[in-house]
Design a protein around this ligand. Structure first.
Ligand SMILES: Nc1ncnc2c1ncn2[C@@H]1O[C@H](COP(=O)(O)OP(=O)(O)O)[C@@H](O)[C@H]1O
Ligand SMILES: [Mg+2]
Length: 551
């Protein structure tokens, strides 16, 4: 029994059973995690562009409101430069968004400015042209406004000034510092590579980007805005990076709030999730392995103990059987052992007497002594055979020479047979390969069969022993045939059953054939029986054939 293989098999089975569902579960978690991360990033970006678009709208509404209030003051108090100037200065001081306030007359000529000295007349002229005919709050494109050395993105917002008869009298204008919108957008909380910025319909930056795009000067490709109405897409941004981008039009303005995040960052998070799953997977596999190892070791140890116990039991049964047959076989042995001993004694005495006689040659004494030596040798051979046979140890040799084992057995049983008038006929094939199995087991099988045969012939008969090697089967066949009365049909089917015996208690145990058959099977062989009784054959008898595979 290969316990190591069993243990490996158990561990493998255990791991397979527990890791397959775990792996599929892990795969599910990862794939769902991916979509979750993407969905989260998408909805976050969408939410950002929407909330920022609302914030910008709010900012612009406030500016329009400021302007309307101021123009109302002018309507109320008339166009009074000093009052206006005071109001504007206060506005500028309290509301950071305004760079400059100025007033244009009906013809678009600059009539008042909080910044008169530095005001670029060219800009004023273009501004004037574009606002001349406006009746409502008018917002012009953002442009770079120069104050001293500084260039500031500015947005011009104008409100018409009406006279008493509700006719257009001029325009009140202000330049709003558009950097404020940029910092408003930058307040958005977004991960390392994310950003929010504002572009116009032509894709010009209206706020500076965190990554260095300058307001108005740089453009982004806004094809995506035209093509996809969803407001979320994957695209390549102005830096050439793959980004996930969301946009939202600012209500009532030709502006778009863009919110994007690098795909690399989103993918990184997905990869990190995968890595985490792998780490947990390996950890779990290790734990499962340790558990499997411990459990299979416990199981294997229990089985090992059981197996050893059974082996021991089996060994004991064999031993008992052996001793039982030994009793029978050695009954004649005592007598046989007595003969060489008596002879040795006799010849020693003769030699002793002859030594006293004169004229006896030394050769004669030598002859007597060598007879003594022969007899003692014969005696010790008998004793050695007996010891060999009854040895308790389980031999380590894994192969056995069947002919040798049979010869050894007959060395003991032969004497008994002779006393029972049983003739032994041997027909052993020479140079047969050894068979698989230890000598002790083979001997136990053969002894049981030979003992049964002898017991079947209490009044003498013929015991035939035959061995041969069958090449095609790679098996050795051992035939043990007796000329006993044979086994009746109804008993024949039971003889291999444990405790089946036809012998009187004390003589038979009914275990011999059962044990022999079990042992032969364990070696990969079997025992067959053919028997004919007096009723159906002229020459009754039984033939047991043991088939055992070679190494
Ligand atoms: N060579 C044989 N000739 C006749 N009967 C046999 C022979 N071998 C076995 N049997 C029958 O099979 C029975 C079972 O044999 P075995 O298992 O060796 O037990 P036991 O010898 O203790 O009875 C014997 O009691 C006997 O009836
Ligand atoms: Mg028997």
């Amino acid at each position: 029994m290969n316990f190591e293989r069993l243990r490996i098999f158990l561990i493998a089975a255990f791991m397979l059973v527990s890791l397959v569902p775990l792996a599929s579960f892990g795969y599910k978690v990862i794939s769902q995690g991916e979509t979750l991360i993407e969905e989260k990033a998408s909805s976050y970006l969408k939410g950002l562009s929407k909330s920022n678009a609302d914030a910008i709208k709010g900012f612009m509404m406030e500016r329009a409101n400021d302007m309307n209030n101021l123009s109302n003051i002018i309507d109320l108090f008339g166009f009074n430069t000093s009052i206006l100037k005071m109001h504007f200065e206060q506005m500028k001081e309290h509301y950071r968004p305004y760079l400059v306030f100025f007033v244009l007359d009906k013809s678009g000529k600059l009539v008042f400015s909080t910044l008169d000295a530095q005001f670029d007349p060219v800009i004023v002229q273009t501004i004037g042209e574009s606002v001349r005919s406006s009746l409502d709050t008018y917002i012009k494109d953002i442009f770079m406004f120069t104050i001293g050395q500084e260039q500031i993105p500015a947005l011009m917002i104008c409100t018409p000034i009406l006279n008493a008869s509700k006719e257009l009298d001029g325009n009140l204008c202000a330049l709003v510092d558009f950097r404020l919108v940029g910092s408003l957008l930058r307040k958005s909380n977004i991960e390392a590579t994310g950003e929010v910025y504002l572009v116009d319909e032509k894709g010009r930056f209206l706020s500076t980007s965190r990554f260095g795009a300058k307001a108005i000067v740089d453009h982004i490709s806004i094809n995506a805005i035209d093509e996809k109405k969803q407001g979320l897409y994957e695209t390549t941004d102005y830096r050439g990076e793959r980004v996930l981008q969301a946009y939202q039009k600012v209500d009532a303005f030709p502006w778009y709030v863009m919110a994007d995040q690098d795909m690399a960052e989103i993918l990184n998070r997905i990869k990190a999730l995968g890595r985490e799953a792998v780490v947990y997977g390996i950890l779990t596999a290790m734990i499962v392995f340790v558990l499997a190892f411990v459990i299979s070791t416990i199981i294997v140890n229990i089985l090992k103990a059981k197996y050893r116990y059974e082996k021991e039991l089996e060994f004991q049964v064999i031993q008992k059987e052996k001793l039982a047959s030994l009793g029978l076989l050695t009954s004649g042995l005592a007598h046989e052992l007595n003969t060489p001993l008596a002879n040795a004694l006799l010849y020693t005495q003769i030699a002793k007497e002859e030594l006293n006689e004169s004229g006896i040659g030394i050769e004669i004494i030598q002859e007597r002594l060598s007879t003594v030596v022969d007899e003692v040798r014969q005696g010790s051979k008998i004793v050695r055979n007996l010891l060999d046979f009854s040895r308790h140890s389980q031999s380590d040799a894994q192969t056995t020479d069947v002919n040798k084992a049979l010869t050894k057995l007959m060395g003991i049983a032969g004497l008994h047979c002779a006393s029972k008038k049983i003739k032994i006929e041997k027909e052993l094939e020479k140079d047969m390969p050894d068979i698989k199995g230890d000598a002790s087991t083979i001997q136990a099988i053969l002894t049981n069969l030979v003992t049964n045969a002898i017991e079947a012939m209490p009044d003498g008969g013929i015991l035939k022993l035959k061995t041969r090697y069958v090449q095609v089967l790679k098996k050795v066949k051992i035939e043990i045939a007796d000329s006993g009365p044979g086994i009746p049909k109804d008993e024949l089917i039971k003889i291999f059953n444990p405790f089946f015996t036809t012998k009187s208690p004390g003589e038979g145990t009914g275990l011999g054939l059962f044990v022999s058959n079990e042992m032969a099977r364990k070696l990969g062989g079997d025992i067959k029986v053919i028997s004919s009784t007096e009723g159906n054959a002229i020459n009754p008898g039984t033939v047991f054939t043991v088939e055992l595979p070679i190494e």
